[in-house]
Design a protein around this ligand. Structure first.
Ligand SMILES: C[S@@+](CC[C@H](N)C(=O)[O-])C[C@H]1O[C@@H](n2cnc3c(N)ncnc32)[C@H](O)[C@@H]1O
Length: 350
């Protein structure tokens, strides 16, 4: 299936030769219930990478994406924490005579791997009743709380950012969940975290054919026969230079003291305007709770969103908290889509 402009895709099940073979499936504790489809991965691999390039799957499970990469003539590397699945993956790939690297571990623990041209994965979902054969605290299937799950996902994505080539794509397949009758917006939350590190480009709805069953009146739960492919790019978003400059002047007029550092300062002070446009303005303020409170108040009153690690916050934030997060982001997008983004950090913490 080629990628077209339609925002949703109705996926065809894999032909038998690409499916996870029954004997390998039988060896998995979930009988491969969370195994994806080669047909789900192929159009994205075709579209967002070139033959001969390297595709990464940080949660490779049974190596479905590595198999799809091999079929498309790409090299690939996968990471998987469950040793049994690593063995299954290697056997599966060998049966297809596909050479790919399956690393037994979490990508976080391999900072030195070579850079890759595309990252594509099925997100391990939260709330899975995983019987650990590994005690790794990185296993996303066994995070004790949703907050732990999201925090761990954040640190893993951060590592991926470092090895994904500039301008390359990161495609994450993920769905929202219902757990104990409660909707868990996992797709939105993962998207928010990804947005803190990458530029969101698109979403695609992946639809799976399932027989429809009747929904009792007023019931809400669906069969979740769809998921999202969230398409992110490892690139920079620039700010509106003029609006940012004006805002910095306004903050000064309001009596706030700060020093401007980083790429915006360099851009502003440079005589040639040929250098890369900044993606934000970095300001440093004194470690003073009153000033921080006043600044947050100013931003909130002037149409800004405040966030730390892309999670919105409503002031107040304490000096101690801000030290832990390294910086607080104030972002404003106006009616014309002009973006001002100001990162606030404290003296002596950078
Ligand atoms: C949804 S499954 C992937 C299935 C895969 N897409 C396939 O079709 O073959 C998610 C996998 O991520 C693995 N996993 C979870 N956390 C991990 C981590 N931090 N590092 C590596 N693998 C992890 C789980 O063990 C699980 O096998």
């Amino acid at each position: 299936m080629k990628m077209d402009k339609r925002s949703w895709m109705l996926l065809e099940p894999d032909p038998i030769e690409w499916q996870l073979p029954d004997d390998l499936r039988a060896r998995d504790q979930f009988k491969g219930a969370d195994c994806g489809w080669v047909n789900q991965m192929r159009p994205f691999i075709q579209h967002y990478s070139k033959p001969g390039e390297t595709v990464l799957d940080p949660f490779c499970g049974f190596a479905t994406s590595l198999l799809a990469a091999g079929i498309e003539g790409r090299k690939s590397i996968g990471f998987e924490l469950d040793e049994n699945r690593v063995t299954i993956s290697r056997e599966r790939l060998a049966r297809h005579q596909i050479e790919a690297t399956v690393v037994a571990g979490c990508i976080e623990d391999y900072p030195a791997i070579a850079s890759v041209d595309l990252c594509i994965t099925n997100m391990p979902y939260f709330g899975c009743q995983w019987q650990p054969d590994t005690l790794s605290s990185s296993q996303l299937y066994r995070q004790p709380s949703y907050a732990d799950y999201l925090r761990k996902a954040h640190t893993i994505f951060y590592q991926i950012k470092k090895i994904l080539k500039p301008d390359s794509f990161f495609i994450v397949m993920v769905e929202n969940l219902t757990l104990e009758g409660q909707l868990l917006p996992q797709a939105w939350d993962i998207s928010r975290i990804l947005s803190s590190l990458f530029i969101a480009r698109e979403e695609r709805l992946l639809c799976y054919q399932k027989p429809a069953t009747t929904l009792p009146a007023y019931a809400t739960e669906t069969d979740r026969s769809h998921e999202y492919a969230l398409i992110f790019q490892n690139t920079r978003q620039t700010v509106c230079l003029e609006s940012t400059q004006k805002e910095l002047e306004r903050i000064t007029q309001h009596g706030f003291h700060f020093s401007l550092i980083g790429s915006f300062a360099q851009w502003r002070d440079s005589s040639s305007k040929n250098q890369r446009e900044p993606s934000d303005a970095d300001i440093v303020i004194a470690s003073d709770q009153q000033q921080l409170d006043a600044l947050c108040h100013y931003f909130l009153g002037n149409g800004y969103m405040l966030s730390v690690w892309s999670g919105s916050i409503m002031a107040p934030i304490s000096i101690q908290q801000l030290r832990g997060y390294h910086y607080l982001r104030a972002e404003r997008i106006d009616l014309h889509g002009r973006r001002v983004s100001i990162d606030i950090s404290l003296e002596n913490t950078i």
